[in-house]
Design a protein around this ligand. Structure first.
Ligand code: T4K
Length: 389
């Protein structure tokens, strides 16, 4: 008998390393009395990430938003940047804080990443860069975007907030484009409580990013640029270092959850799943998006989102509304019709996924979704489902 969950099932729960290991790490911090400002643990974490990602060009931050903001400032991006409206609002905020005009173009319908054809069509003499998002951790159309950037002499920047752990043909996703920003927020499969990272092609940017995240200080007496304070602290680095040890295990558990969702939901009328990724891509299983077709499913996405709450299941509508529809960005002219982005934003629902989510709970969530669908179309309910809360 499927009953409403006793405790809320959220979209995500952070992975936590064993408490005793974290406490041991804290003891070392207490002994050191070094809490922030490029302390020894931040330095070690940087080295470990550098080994893991096979690149020396990395810089850590206190969160992903400031990392992206600093990336744009440090690279001297200005004028117009072509980007996606189907993302978390921080992608566009980073442009805004640099006085850059976002040019929103449509996404492709399979994996919801920016559509390269639309990007090319939106280029003007003021375009300086493309800011694409590996949304849900799925890689953008990497070759097509690289080709456009090369032909038009544009910088190619990836918001890879969701994509830590994703690989393309054995290469970490960090190796694509001129620069990538990763978020290590607690809601991400890999996290440092809060945190962010830039990886980049040009080694010369290393100093620039280090200055910018520390008020622009080059040394005790020289401030060489108007920086801010965006440094990662020692507790964040400690958490990140310990979570990194479990990354493989975390991704494996998420892969099992994804498979189960896919198997259980593929036959449900009105539920669309993203197509399977090509075999050269190793997914990090960051999110579990589904599209709800109101006609076929018998209930709108919003109705399903609300109904699931009655069963104590808290899904999210990542990413609805589109960024260009938020009050603070509504006045920016948008030339693209954004047909796909609008359709997807109205149908998308991201289901709970995290390493400690039991497979039996995934079964139950699917059962509830199926139950709701059958109830609407009036088919007999095979399994026994209790009333909602
Ligand atoms: N670019 C993209 C594409 C992004 O998605 C993001 C962030 C960024 C840039 C910026 O990176 P950061 O500056 O954040 O590093 C969350 C996150 O705050 C945000 O990091 C993330 N994207 C975005 C997609 O989601 P909310 O407001 O939806 O999260 P919240 O607080 O509602 O949490 C969701 C659920 O997670 C909760 O209902 C319960 C669970 N949870 C959450 C936290 C924080 C826990 O169980 N424990 C926790 O500590 O924004």
């Amino acid at each position: 008998m499927i009953r409403p969950f006793e405790n809320p099932i959220y979209i995500t729960r952070p992975f936590l390393p064993p408490l005793k290991d974290f406490c041991r790490g804290l003891e070392a911090i207490w002994e050191n009395r070094w809490l922030t400002n490029n302390g020894p643990i931040v330095q070690r974490f940087t080295q470990e990430l550098s080994n893991f990602l096979e690149t020396d060009n990395i810089c850590l931050f206190n969160n992903g938003t400031l990392a992206l903001q600093i990336a744009l400032q440090g690279m001297g991006i200005s004028g117009e940047v072509i980007t996606t409206p189907f993302t978390f609002v921080a992608t566009t905020h980073a442009l805004f804080w640099n006085k850059i005009r976002p040019v929103f173009v449509d996404i492709e319908p399979d994996y919801y990443t920016v559509d390269p054809e639309k990007v090319e069509a939106a280029i003007t003499p003021w375009t300086t860069a493309i800011l694409a998002v590996h949304v849900y951790g799925n890689p953008c159309k990497l070759d097509a975007l690289a080709d456009i950037a090369r032909r038009h002499n544009l910088r190619l920047i990836y918001d890879a907030a969701h994509a830590f752990g994703t690989k393309v043909g054995n290469k970490p996703i960090a190796h694509f484009g001129d620069l990538s920003m990763f978020s290590f927020h607690s809601t991400k499969l890999f996290h440092s409580i809060e945190g962010g990272m830039l990886t980049f092609r040009e080694a010369g940017l290393n100093d620039v990013f280090h200055y910018l995240k520390n008020f622009g200080f080059k040394n005790e007496v020289e401030v060489v640029m108007p920086g801010t304070n965006a440094k990662m602290n020692e507790m964040q680095a400690l958490m990140g270092m310990q979570v990194l040890n479990y990354l493989g295990e975390i991704i494996k558990k998420r892969a099992r959850i994804t498979d189960l969702y896919r198997n259980r939901l593929k036959e449900v009328p009105g539920i669309r799943l993203v197509p399977l990724l090509s075999s050269e891509i190793r997914s990090n299983h960051a999110y579990m998006p589904i599209e709800v077709d109101e006609q076929e499913f018998g209930m709108s996405r919003d109705a399903l989102y609300e109904k699931l709450k009655e069963w104590n299941v808290f899904t999210r509508r990542y990413f609805y509304p589109l960024i260009c529809d938020y009050a603070c960005y509504r006045s920016i002219p948008v030339n693209d019709s954004l047909t796909v982005a609008r359709r997807v934003a109205d149908r998308i629902l991201t289901l709970p996924i995290y390493d400690s989510l039991e497979l039996s709970d995934v079964e139950a969530i699917c059962e509830i979704i199926q139950h709701l669908q059958r109830k609407i179309v009036g088919e007999p309910i095979v399994s026994c489902v209790a009333s909602p809360l």
